[in-house]
Design a protein around this ligand. Structure first.
Ligand code: MEV
Length: 320
């Protein structure tokens, strides 16, 4: 028997970082997924392999350690934590496939966590609801990162375009937001927890100012929610640019991201900003009528992919 689960990556349109301080955020799942397959192993140990990420490891699920066979596993801590929490420690073979880069602000850790949890529930024939899955995946992310809002794990579970309110309630926009975004990502990987902690220290040194910045990002997100509901594309873009200015002010931009952000605007994006934690990672460009031009202009500079908003949340398949 093989249990196969997949979950989408995400882009944050509005509100990253501020969401950690209970401000609202808007995020969308994209048509790029993480897939985990789990089978009973013929070996006496558990293996984890990824051809896409070019690594192989032997896992000790009881004490969350591993031995590398080849490559460098960026994402392994999340998988080990899920196995530790949910698995009975019998030997299994895990295969991880990724169709988007890890450590780039596109929600790879949340997508891998959600997919691993769902695949393990399937493997153990355990029924689950999306609500339980999202809650447990958030618990795992927090355990590994130290700090995490429920945004990434919720979007990887439910997909679509979602709004996370100040009360931590998730609501899906009931509109057909079928936009294509261009994602530009730098080759510089960074850890979400490090960037989140860096912002927290900045806030400790300048509490009055940074609290105001976070509240202002919250106001931008509230206005963006209304602009999305009335499909006001120009306003959505303008608010993304304002959000970018505020993200820049909390020190999470980089020269490479900044160049891509301005390049995208020059080639016709209505709005462009960092997406996710920043400090390296990715930017998004909102360019409903000009995505060809923006895509090619970013591709010439660094890595770029086209991503469509996706309604396909976590999915589980059992093969006999
Ligand atoms: C990371 O994708 C988004 C952050 O707001 C952190 C979080 O929400 O946990 C930077």
């Amino acid at each position: 028997m093989e249990s196969i689960a997949s979950a989408p990556g995400k882009i944050i349109l509005f509100g990253e970082h501020a969401v950690v301080y209970n401000q609202p955020a808007i995020a969308a799942a994209v048509d790029k997924r993480a897939t985990i397959s789990i089978k009973k192993s013929q070996n006496k140990f558990t293996t984890l392999k990824s051809y896409d990420l070019d690594f192989e490891a032997r896992l000790n699920t009881k004490d969350k350690t591993y031995e590398l066979v080849t490559g460098k596993p960026g994402i392994i801590r999340y998988i080990l934590e899920v196995l530790y929490q949910v698995h009975d420690h019998s030997p299994i073979d895990i295969l991880l496939s990724m169709d988007f880069p890890v450590g780039s602000g596109l929600g790879s850790s949340a997508a891998v966590t959600v997919a691993t949890l769902a695949a393990l529930y399937g493997f153990h024939n355990k029924k689950f609801s999306k609500k339980t899955l999202a809650r447990n995946a958030h618990f795992i992310e927090k355990k590994v990162q130290g700090v995490a809002s429920p945004l990434d794990t919720s979007i990887s579970t439910y997909a679509g375009l979602i709004y996370l309110g100040r009360d931590k309630k998730i609501s899906r926009f009931n509109i057909d937001f079928k936009s294509t975004f261009i994602i530009g990502y730098t080759s510089r990987k960074r850890s979400t927890s490090k960037v989140v902690n860096q912002v927290s220290r900045l806030k400790d040194r300048n509490p009055d100012i940074i609290n105001l910045v976070m509240e202002t990002i919250g106001s931008v997100t509230e206005e963006a929610k209304l602009a999305i509901l009335r499909d006001d594309k120009t306003k959505i873009g303008e608010l993304m640019n304002i959000n970018q200015g505020l993200l820049d002010s909390i020190g999470i931009n980089s020269v490479e991201l900044s160049k891509m952000i301005y390049r995208a605007r020059k080639y016709g994006a209505l709005g462009s900003k960092i997406t996710g934690a920043g400090g390296g990672g990715s930017m998004i460009a909102y360019c409903p009528n000009r995505f060809g031009e923006v895509y090619h202009s970013l591709k010439k500079y660094d890595n770029a992919i086209k991503a469509n908003v996706s309604d396909e949340g976590v999915a589980l398949k059992i093969r006999a």
